[in-house]
Design a protein around this ligand. Sequence first.
Ligand SMILES: NC(=O)c1ccc[n+]([C@@H]2O[C@H](COP(=O)([O-])OP(=O)(O)OC[C@H]3O[C@@H](n4cnc5c(N)ncnc54)[C@H](OP(=O)(O)O)[C@@H]3O)[C@@H](O)[C@H]2O)c1
Length: 337
Amino acid sequence: MRLSQSNRRILMARVPQGLPTPADFSFDEVSITPPNDGEFLSRTILLSLDPYYRNVMKNNPIYAERLVPGDVMIGETVAQIVASRHNDFAVGDYIAVRNGWQEFAVSNGQGVRKLNPARAPLSANLGVLGMPGLTGYAGVIVLSNLKAGETVVVSAATGPVGSTAGQIARLRGARVVGIAGSDEKCAYAINELGFADCVNYKSGDLVAQLNRACPNKIDMYFDNVGGDTLAAVLKNLALHARIILCGMIEAYNMATPPPGPFLGPVVGARATMKGLVVYDHLHLMPELQRVVGDAIRAGTFHYREDISEGLAAAPEAFCRLMRGDNFGKALVRVAAL
Ligand SMILES: NC(=O)c1ccc[n+]([C@@H]2O[C@H](COP(=O)([O-])OP(=O)(O)OC[C@H]3O[C@@H](n4cnc5c(N)ncnc54)[C@H](OP(=O)(O)O)[C@@H]3O)[C@@H](O)[C@H]2O)c1
């Protein structure tokens, strides 16, 4: 190739406020860097645009990548190698590589996947056969404990993550209901992706729509959105439902997390949220009595009580409790022993 050609790049000009605008980006043109030993140069063919870039642009700490104004925008790409001094990569190879928003980039091969264009369209390697597809797949197969016949709801249903999650769930015998932002997207989810139903959250009460679409309630929710959509799903959960917190796109354009418990850190920490009802565990009562009783007697377990005197004190004691003014187990001594 002619290395005299230049490399056009798009940079982050500034951290966006709210929704990104074109003014948040800038453009430059530099000479192409030739590869050193153990490196190759590739020409970007396809650039993947992924919602998480918006989080990287505000330097959300859950991502390893950092961007400061003037940096080339990050991103995964499909590219073809145009010059190589790397033993494992040859000129002409198609690869998935993180070139970012630029026409050419040098790589040492780390994290680079070779692609076979005869096997699938190259573009799919950035979507359902790439990182987003893997996200949807792993969420369903590894995390969701899905059983055939269950009702699965997927938000951002027609995107690469949602459509993979939903279709894998369907192939596993689930009844899949999508949530999407237009009637056109919903029609696609039903007619092309084979979902049993799809609700448009922009057309009316989502809680009621989900209630209608999921008569047996929701056994598994694959959440790509967070916020109001998650809140609506939470009102339609079946017993023992599982929620896969995958993405919170509703908040990505916000400078500060929305009110209420922001569940974004649950994603970063790969944490699991499970519902607890004590009545499911009553058989453990003798064990509790033994273990904690012994520990109290041994002086290795401590507790505190907040005792009000006389039944008449009960209302105020209860109000104190509900104000959080109690300190220890709230009790009312109604009569002497
Ligand atoms: N946890 C992980 O490792 C991981 C990996 C990859 C992606 N993700 C997350 O998975 C989610 C889906 O990613 P994707 O690549 O498949 O994207 P995508 O679905 O192609 O695009 C995002 C979609 O989100 C929906 N959306 C809902 N509320 C929105 C809002 N307030 N603003 C903008 N969009 C909104 C839109 O679809 P509707 O119009 O249908 O609502 C939009 O098309 C994202 O949250 C992403 O960050 C997580």
